[in-house]
Design a protein around this ligand. Structure first.
Ligand code: PLP
Length: 405
């Protein structure tokens, strides 16, 4: 992954594996000659060479070193290494946004004539990429109900190259069986690409379950404080070198070093934050289930979740997101959301602030009502990204919202 540094962690870890919490703080750190404690921010686009010969050698790949920040940058490099270490992936590439990660991870391995199978329950922009963009370039996509393994099997064609999914799904928090779907993909000679945003890097390890490529919107829990856009693609050294490297260099989905630096700081507290997000989400889900006016609570960590057993098998916790349906359809949902004082209305997620979304009129308004119904997105559905506030205050705010019904 990194031709440029001897990372601190590899030095320190010489005789054994470091714990995840240590990797989150130290992984990938490389210090300049100044010996700075915190990772340095290298806000430069280009690099200079000692001689024309040195430039030639670097371009030929005969000498290690940075060339141009569209290809690689020291701060982005530290972020990539830290992400790879915590994911247990061989290599990573940082991207400008989560969508840049998804698009690059798919386009870099596909060509006209190939075929993709994807779970229908996807983040809206991901659905656009697989269902509208790829077909324009001669890559048709079959959408399936991701929970139905037979549908994955039946959708396979000789030219199927990629399976794509997210789990838990947005916004209904359905849980897909990653191991079983990875096996079907591999039997078909295809790669499984997993968008792991809703689980967070600490809540679920898709590569351990058979995924070939994992993508994140680092904008969400990795930053975790609503500051910067960013993304990351994780896979084997082989995939990154032979599939992604040239595509990434020449199309430029690259990550800003400033954003990479913010993400590095975010990673240092990720374990603490995710633990709290998930604990509060579990508590809030139980609280919601007891409130009047609620018709459905969807939380993978609750025993009444239809796919709870699979969630227990493949997730470390129930996740940081809760979905619930209120009585009264759109009008009811709007009344509830408008009455919140602490929980903010936003289409974003993964922030220290609790955020509520009405998917039917925002993130999923592009879909027809029939398509929404097929995904279980009713007009009364609200998606809650549980923040780091005192959970009692979140509960009181939810009760206030429901009382407005
Ligand atoms: C937010 C999100 C994305 C897109 O990430 P950006 O950083 O906003 O580009 C992709 N997939 C999922 C599941 C997301 O939540």
């Amino acid at each position: 992954m990194n031709e440029h540094f001897d990372p601190f962690v590899e030095d320190a870890a010489g005789d054994g594996e470091l714990g995840l919490d240590t990797l989150l703080v130290h992984g990938g750190t490389a210090r300049s000659g100044f010996g700075e404690t915190s990772e340095a921010m290298f806000l430069n686009s280009g690099f200079v060479y000692d001689s024309a010969e040195a430039a030639e050698a670097r371009f030929k790949g005969e000498a290690a070193g940075f060339i141009y920040s569209r290809y690689a940058n020291p701060t982005v490099d530290m972020f990539e290494k830290r992400m790879a270490l915590i994911e247990g992936a061989e290599a990573a590439r940082g991207t400008a946004s989560g969508m840049a990660a998804v698009t690059a991870a798919l386009l870099c391995q596909l060509q006209a004539g190939d075929h993709v199978v994807a779970s229908r329950a996807l983040f809206g922009s991901c659905l656009y990429v697989v269902d509208e963009l790829l077909p324009r370039y001669g890559v048709p996509c079959t959408l399936v109900d991701g929970t139905d393994l037979d549908q994955w099997k039946k959708a396979v064609r000789p030219e199927t190259k990629v399976f794509f999914l997210e789990s838990p799904t947005n916004p209904t928090l359905d849980v897909l069986d990653l191991k079983a779907i990875a096996d079907i993909a591999h039997d078909a000679g295809a790669r499984l690409v997993v968008d792991n945003v809703f689980a967070t890097p600490l809540g679920q390890r898709p590569m351990k379950l058979g995924a070939d490529v994992v993508v994140y919107s680092a904008t969400k829990h990795v930053d975790g404080q609503g500051r910067c856009l960013g993304g990351v693609i994780l896979s084997t050294e082989e995939f990154i070198t032979t599939r992604l490297k040239d595509f990434y260099r020449h199309t430029g989905p690259s990550m800003s070093p400033f954003n990479a630096w913010v993400m590095l700081k975010g990673l240092e507290t990720l374990a603490l934050r995710v633990e709290r997000h998930a604990a509060s989400a579990a508590r809030v889900a139980d609280f919601l289930a007891g409130l009047p006016g609620i018709t459905r609570v969807l939380y993978p960590g609750r025993a009444d979740h239809p796919r709870h057993e699979i969630a227990r098998r493949q997730m470390a916790n129930g996740g940081p997101m809760v979905a619930f349906e209120v009585e009264g359809g759109k009008q009811g949902a709007f009344r509830v959301a408008d009455a919140f004082r602490i929980i903010k209305i936003s289409n974003n997620l993964g922030d220290s602030k609790s955020l509520v979304t009405h998917p039917a009129t925002t993130t999923h308004q592009r879909l027809t009502p029939e398509a929404r119904a097929a995904l279980g997105i009713g007009d009364g559905l609200l998606r809650l990204s549980v923040g780091l506030e005192d959970p009692r205050d979140i509960e009181n705010d939810l009760a206030r919202g429901l009382a407005a019904l």
